[in-house]
Design a protein around this ligand. Sequence first.
Ligand SMILES: Nc1nc2c(ncn2[C@@H]2O[C@H](COP(=O)(O)OP(=O)(O)OP(=O)(O)O)[C@@H](O)[C@H]2O)c(=O)[nH]1
Ligand SMILES: [Mg+2]
Length: 309
Amino acid sequence: MYIPDLLPRLLGGDRRALARAISLAEQGGPASRALLAAVYPHTGQAHVVGITGPPGAGKSTLVNALALEWRRRDRTVGIVAVDPTSPFSGGAVLGDRIRMQPLGGDPGVFIRSMASRGRLGGLSRATADAVALIDAAGFQVVIIETVGAGQGEVDIARTAQTTIVVEVPGMGDDVQSIKAGVLEIADLFVVNKADREGADKTVRQLRSMQRLGAPPADGWEPPVLPAVATSGQGITEIVESAGQHAVHLRAGGGADARARATAEGELRAAVQELAIERLRGPAWDALVAQIAARQNNPYSAAEELLRGL
Ligand SMILES: Nc1nc2c(ncn2[C@@H]2O[C@H](COP(=O)(O)OP(=O)(O)OP(=O)(O)O)[C@@H](O)[C@H]2O)c(=O)[nH]1
Ligand SMILES: [Mg+2]
């Protein structure tokens, strides 16, 4: 599909065009950039919700349940699963497991798993592009699932408007086991697997950690919500709370601050990608060899390359 054909179909919500566009974006390069540039004015409509948390916390189960709840409210939903082991491709399997109707087959749901390897700029860049394309295709809520394992979740939080951090009971007595960075990015905490012992305690611990921290600068106190993703318990509360957060962002000008942070991240990534693409070549290779042999250093080499731009 040639880009001029792809664009109107994508904007019209054609799922095949959307899938194709995301693949194109994953490859990067000039064609990908032309597409994303054309699509950009049509983005910014969706409510982008990030879900992060430790492996096995029930993120995928939760995403499935949340998507079903948003569908019940007549919202169309796009899902980007950044974890390649996510069981989304087989909607039926997941549906059986949680005894709910599967998402697969619903035209109001679009699901995409992101490959972990790929283009320059990495997974967070590719994820942001996929979110933009799904947004432009008219999906009203876009959910990003990512395993909380370092820098990735912080990058994703920059793409998301509302970040949900999932924890599970049994964090132990050591409140330090919750990573500090994760606390800062959360707009909502979900204590999933609340059917397990210790859920109340985990909820209390999270709330007391919040009280220890500085009061939220933007006036939004992240709620701590218990849930059982497998049974659907607590799901309506999460959907409502996420909706309230979106309203809060819009009302308080918080959306502007976030939009700026997201825009800056996007610009940085684009500058990096373009600069490296232009600078690669024989001179680049020669400098790489010099640095490897300790005859040069990355800083002087970078200065030299940029002077040549
Ligand atoms: N008891 C209980 N089990 C749950 C709950 N939610 C999810 N599970 C189970 O926990 C396991 C992991 O669920 P997933 O949804 O795959 O978790 P995940 O966080 O997406 O896992 P990764 O993507 O591999 O990090 C599955 O066996 C689920 O059925 C819950 O609320 N209670
Ligand atoms: Mg998962």
